[in-house]
Design a protein around this ligand. Structure first.
Ligand code: ADE
Ligand code: ZN
Length: 326
């Protein structure tokens, strides 16, 4: 087996993947036809070209507009797990969705989650991949809307929905805006993560840890600008769920991963897991993320194994389930 094959085949857990960014382009085209949605081009993959988070988020709104009902959600969830299993030997994913954004905003929360869970269960039977869900706050929402979203999650408890997240463009909406929503989530027993320091100063990571009570940080690259915070995160073993391609395309150098901050994060002893973020929308998959990053950083077997095990340890699963995955 070549090293590249090994990288694709090593069992993987991914903790940072957005459901609405994981729709196959063919499925977007089919759903658009079925649901009577006009797209700017029949070649959906050609719409997946951008070099900024805003460009990406605009495209994501377009693809989400093709999804109309719980059966569509079930299909998307199933296919995205099938792709992870087939292309990268994905075994477990914690996948986020935004209950306040389309298409969820136009559906009942309970019916939408039922649809997603149908897809997750079918994927587990067919591919042996498990999945839990993270209800993510959209940063553009008001604090009151975010609190209402968390209350809705707590009012419809499901074993599959295990935590909350925070995503969207980071610079205009700092994490402290959502302190109340995170407090509610903590009180209701939900796990907590947030996108931070993809594009904002290191103090956002400290705010996520101290004020929001986050157990993981999604991305976190710019933490490297604060040596004391790096030291603290290393000592506490804070897990950073990093996404090589998505962040390279939106913020760093998409043509040269050798200078990607993920490399320095690993070198500095931070706990890192590799993730695909929005795989088809960034022309990647979880296997490819391991290949691109390991080859650019010059990681060997030991480092790759460690990163893969970091995902197991940081998963929000009971200890016995994590032990079985090791
Ligand atoms: N939504 C989907 N992917 C995202 C990312 N990488 N950053 C912020 N919001 C997102
Ligand atoms: Zn993300």
């Amino acid at each position: 087996m070549t090293f590249e094959e090994y990288l694709r085949r090593i069992p993987k857990v991914e903790l940072h993947c957005h459901m609405m960014g994981s729709i196959r382009p063919e499925t977007v085209a089919e759903l658009a036809r079925k649901n009577g949605v006009a797209l700017p081009s029949a070649d959906v993959a050609s719409l997946y070209r951008y070099n900024s988070i805003d460009g990406f988020l605009a495209a994501a709104i377009l693809t989400a507009s093709t999804v109309r009902d719980p059966a569509d959600l079930s299909r998307i969830a199933y296919e995205s797990l099938a792709d992870g299993a087939r292309l990268g030997n994905l075994r477990h994913r914690e996948m986020s969705f935004n209950p306040t954004l389309p298409p969820f905003a136009g559906m009942s929360y309970a019916a939408a989650v039922d649809g997603i869970v149908d897809g997750l269960r079918a994927a587990e039977v067919d591919f042996g991949v498990s999945c839990r869900l993270i209800a993510a706050i959209h940063r553009g929402d008001t604090p009151a809307v975010a609190c209402a979203m968390v209350e809705q999650v707590l009012a419809h408890p499901r074993d599959e929905v295990i935590g909350i997240g925070l995503d969207g463009a980071e610079a205009p909406d700092p994490p402290e805006k959502f302190a109340d929503a995170y407090r509610l989530a903590a009180r209701g027993g939900l796990r907590r993560t947030a996108h931070a320091c993809e594009d904002a100063p290191a103090r956002n990571v400290a705010t996520c840890l101290d004020l929001l009570g986050c157990e993981r940080i999604d991305h976190g690259y710019l933490v490297l600008g604060d040596e004391a915070l790096v030291e603290r995160c290393r000592e506490q073993g804070v897990c950073f769920t990093v996404c090589p391609t998505a962040s390279a395309v939106c913020y760093f150098d998409a043509d040269d991963f050798t200078a990607h901050p993920i490399r320095a994060m690993v070198d500095r002893g931070l706990t890192v897991t590799l993730n695909s973020d929005d795989p088809p929308m960034f022309h990647t998959d979880i296997g490819e993320e391991y290949v691109r990053m390991a080859q650019a950083a010059g990681w060997g077997l030991e480092t790759v194994r460690e990163l893969s095990l970091n995902g197991v340890e940081a998963a929000w699963l009971p200890a016995d389930e994590r032990r079985r995955m090791r």
